[in-house]
Design a binder for this molecule. Sequence first.
Ligand SMILES: [Zn+2]
Length: 208
Amino acid sequence: MRNYRGPIRDEPLPIELHNTLYAVGGDVVDGLADAAGRRAWVGAIGDRLPFTAPKVDPSRFGDFDALREAVREVLHATLERRRPSKAALTELNRRSATAPRFEQLTQAGPALAAQTRYQAATPMDALLGYLAAATIGLVSGPHAAELRACGAPGCVLMFLKEHPRREWCSTQCGNRARQARHYARQRRQDPTDSIAPPKPISLPSASR
Ligand SMILES: [Zn+2]
């Protein structure tokens, strides 16, 4: 089983990569801060890759970080309906090109089936290229308009709003948001109320 400590929410992989920066008790935690975290994250999403999940090569940590930064920038830009930085576009396009896709026709029992293969120099290139291509597909496709930032207090995650009533990234966030609204209402009704409001959570200054 996976031992990744951060949130994995069955979101598209670019959002899962974005969400490797998450908040716990008001502090931003980097789920990919060390080798163990990176290995655990790749293990956690491994069965959603169209190829065997690679071992994370420590010499490629810098590439991993650069890709995540580009993915976060492009997702935030999409959400904020602004242009992403040129650097982020360049990074995504460069990475996507390191794992070009091609179709292979195979016999699957009595039928013919197409299989997508990735032509990458190393398994890490396949992983990074696939994540870059998935990001390009997400922000240019029909789901781009469903991208949302979770507005719950202290949450810095994104999700896809696949159905109209979904407001938060998780039920826990929905509960926290309702609780915060409840406290706010109580304070308005009785300013001398001694019930302590939830601890304010400082959002990261650099959210991308
Ligand atoms: Zn949330």
